[in-house]
Each structure stands twice: as C-alpha cells, then as structure tokens.
Design a protein around this ligand. Structure first.
Ligand code: BES
Ligand code: MN
Length: 462
C-alpha cells in the first residue's frame, strides 16, 4: 500500500498555487470584529469557512448564531479507533488603522517576495488555512487518519465574549481527546515552536470628567483641575520606579517562576537584542529582576492602549478639556483573576483620584491566563512533526498574547490544547503591513500533515 504520508506531502507540494489562491480568498474579506459595520463581512467569512468544511467532506457543517459573530462547526468522525481532535480557529481580524501606513490595501492580499501582506495573514487566517489544507491533502490521498471536529469563532480579537457560553452548552458536540490551536507563532523562521503558556487579559476604559464643557485655559486655568492632567497623574502612579504595578494587591495571586522554568526560558534563542530589533526602541524597559523572556511570558503588565482628550489637531488651541479617556489593559499570569484585577483598579482609583473630578471605569473584556500540559501525547506528536519538517526539536515558549479559548476548553471540556502556529515575530500582527512568510506557511502545512499522521494509532511517526 502506498504511504499516505508521502502522498499527502506530495499533494501539498503539487497544489501550492491552488492553496495560495484559497488563502487570498479569505484574506480579501474584511472580517473586523470590533466594528459593527463589518457584520456582513463577518457573516461572509463564516459562510466561506462552512463551504470549505463542506468541500472537505465534513458532516454536520453549520453556523451557530450568537449575539455577534456566528460560530462555525463541522466534523468527520470516520475512524473509531483513532483519537478525536478539535481544531480551533478564529476568522475575525483586528482593525486596520492607521490605514495610511499600509503599503498595500489591508484586504487586497499582495505577495511581495516571500511574504503575503494583508490584515489577518498571520493572525490567524493563514494558520486556519494551514489546517484546512493539511486536512485536504490527507482527504485527497486516502482519507483522514483520525477524527476531526472544527470550531471557528469570529470574536477572538474582542475577547471571545460568546464562546465560553457556547462551549458550556455544547460539551457533547465538542467532546474530543484534545484540541489543536494554531493561533500562534514561532520564535524565528528556523525555530519551530510550541506555545505552552498564554497570558490572560483584563481590559478597561477609564474616563475622567472635569468641567461641564471645554474652558478657556487662560480664564479658568489654575482653578479647575484639568481632567487630562488628572488622568496622566493617575496613569503615571500605576507603576513604581522599579517598573512594578502599584494597584493594591496586584501581585498577591501571581504564581512565581520556578528555578527550572527560569533556566528553561533562558535557553530560548531570543535575547534582549531580539526585542530591540523587533521593536525599534532605543532601550528596553521592564520590571526589575526579570529578563525580557520572563517579562513577556510569565509576568503581568499594565499598559495604556489608547488616550483621548482635548485638542489633538494641528496647531495650538488653549483649552481645558471637559473629559479625558484612556484604554487600559493588564496582561495577566496564573493565578490572577480578571475580576480581582478590576477590583484592585477600582480601589486604586478610589484611593488616588482627587475629589475635584468625577471618573468612570468600564470593563471591556477579561480572561485568565493558561498553562498547557506539555506531556500530552498530542504535544509529542506535534514535536515529532516539527522535527520532521525543520530537522530540529521545537522550542517550548510561554507567549505574552492571549487566546481565551484555551482556558475555556480546559475548564469546560477538560481538554488540553496543542498550540502551534507559524507566524513570525516580525509579521506586524495588529499593526499596519501584517504579513505571513510563505515558505514558512507551506512548511506549516507539511507539519500539520505529519502531525495528523503521527496521531494515527498504528503510525510510526517520523
Ligand atoms: N493570536 C493572538 C494571540 C497571540 C499573539 C498568540 C502572539 C501568540 C503570539 C490572538 O489572536 C490575539 O491577538 N488575541 C488578543 C486577545 C484579546 C483581545 C483577548 C490579544 O492577545 O491581544
Ligand atoms: Mn489570533
């Protein structure tokens, strides 16, 4: 009997152009989840995925509507002796602003050299299409070696507000041996990577209100407390000189790094120079006593994501603004709880905001951090698959970003996720000129073919 692994890899090699044109189709859909005006595009992206699943021969393909974006499901359960894998993906993308910094249209996928540029190319339409094409390569060369269920959501980039409830109410439908989550990336193009930790998130909007309307800053400056000044002072007070966050009790639940884990993180091939190069800053900042890898992977942060107040157009206008607003978020680590952080921020504001202004705090989204079991057999199957393609064992990394579903699945389905995707550190995710490196993308398809074959009960994974 012909070797399916070899045939599937050959199929992928022969269909590179076709795979790329499928990828371009979905990249052209502006499925931005933060923006209600894009709801028709969200719907279109969901329907496109459902069509792909049907074309792959999946059964029970359906869209489940939520209060926002539909959830797409499909399954193929034809191999009773083999494990059932739940493949997760999100089809929504981040907003594209500032638009004028894009060299090509964010939804006009453009190949330049080895890269394809478009919003979502790396995060994560590219990763989702990798799994679709790996499955297609197997389906076309003898059938799937394992059982597959798919779960696509369209709200990950806004914190997956509807997914937890959906999973909780569909535990039988989603029952599986483990989940696969390709919504991630590699340390570098030559360093295959498995992500085993993700930070959580607690996201807030803080508004400070001063005078009833804008005031002449000469007539009233000095007698009213400027809400923009107050906001700046409040924010400045949220860190101390050692880069530690000052919200009362903020570090109480933070799980400390073990000596072993610190040694392991120190072996990753990313150092301060890497962070300087990737970011273009003149110097690094951070909580004293921790390396850059420790800071992004295993320490919590508090950042301003946006500020708005007063006069921001060209030229000068002498005004005391009526209000000021900041988007604030904290990245969380085990065992912090987003609601606990909300309470800590409230307490900080109660203790520090002056009485001569009024303030309001709104929670926008929150999810806890997660750590995945690295001894799961599926992780071994993925490690072997990556080694087959890259010729070296993968690195294990704790990632600074958040993927809420990983923790949801641990809690609600009692399943671990294998987190492995093929984005690169310079892909400009969430920024202008997002891209996906194509040679890495094709390797990703090969890796997932190996991975699924390695899961076959009688496979002698290579
Ligand atoms: N794919 C990212 C998470 C990620 C980033 C994984 C970098 C690995 C490396 C994901 O789509 C994302 O950006 N999530 C948001 C989630 C938030 C809105 C709850 C994030 O981390 O900001
Ligand atoms: Mn993503």
């Amino acid at each position: 009997m012909a070797d399916q692994r070899a045939n599937a890899l050959q199929y992928a090699r022969s269909n590179k152009e076709k795979f790329l044109s499928t990828f371009k189709e979905i990249l052209a859909v502006p499925s931005i989840s933060t923006d209600k005006t894009h709801m028709p595009d969200i719907q279109r992206a969901a329907e496109w995925l459902a069509l792909q699943l049907r074309n792959l021969g999946m059964q029970k393909v359906q869209l489940f509507s939520t209060t926002q974006s539909p959830i797409v499901y499909g399954e193929c359960l034809g191999v009773p002796a083999a494990p059932t894998v739940l493949i997760y993906g999100h089809y929504d993308v981040q907003p594209v602003d500032p638009l004028d910094l894009w060299k090509t249209g964010p939804f006009e996928p453009t190949v330049i050299g080895d890269d394809i540029f478009a919003r979502g190319a790396s995060d994560m339409k590219g990763q989702a299409v990798i799994t679709l094409k790996a499955v297609e390569s197997l389906a076309q060369t003898g059938g799937l070696p394992i059982n597959i269920k798919w779960l696509f959501e369209g709200e990950e980039e806004v914190g997956s507000p509807n997914l937890e409830a959906f999973i909780a109410s569909h535990t039988d439908l989603l029952a599986c041996d483990f989940a696969v989550n390709p919504d991630s990336g590699m340390i570098g193009r030559d360093y295959p990577t498995i992500t085993y930790g993700l930070r959580g998130l607690a996201y807030f909007e803080l508004r400070v209100f001063g005078p009833a309307h804008d005031l002449h800053s000469g007539m009233y400056g000095g007698v009213v407390h400027n809400p923009a000044n107050v906001l700046a002072e409040l924010i400045a007070g949220m860190h101390d000189d050692a880069g530690r966050i000052t919200l009362p009790g903020f570090y109480t639940s933070v799980r400390e790094l073990s000596v072993e884990e610190r040694q392991e993180l120190a072996r990753l091939p990313i150092d301060d120079k890497h962070y300087l190069e990737q970011t273009g800053v003149p110097g690094l900042y951070g909580e004293a006593g921790f390396t850059a890898n420790e800071q992004t992977g295993a320490r919590p942060t508090l950042d301003v994501n946006g500020l708005l107040s007063g006069f921001t157009s060209e030229g000068s206008k002498t005004v005391i603004p009526t209000w000021a607003m900041a988007k604030l978020s904290t990245r969380l680590v085990p065992d912090q709880d987003p609601e606990e952080v909300h309470q800590q921020l409230l307490r900080y504001l109660e203790q520090n905001a002056p009485d001569d202004v009024r303030w309001e705090l709104k929670t926008l989204t929150g999810n806890p951090a997660s750590i995945s079991d690295r001894n799961n057999p599926a992780v071994q199957a993925m490690a072997k698959a990556l080694e087959s393609v890259w010729g070296q064992r993968p690195y294990f990394k704790r990632e600074g970003g958040s993927i809420p579903v990983v923790g949801d699945m641990q809690r609600l389905l009692s399943v671990e996720s294998v987190i492995c995707g093929f984005g690169l550190p310079d892909d400009n995710v969430h920024a202008p000129n997002e891209k996906q490196n194509l040679p890495t993308w094709y390797r990703g398809i090969d890796a997932y073919i190996h991975f699924f074959m390695n899961l076959k009960p009688d496979s002698n994974g290579r």
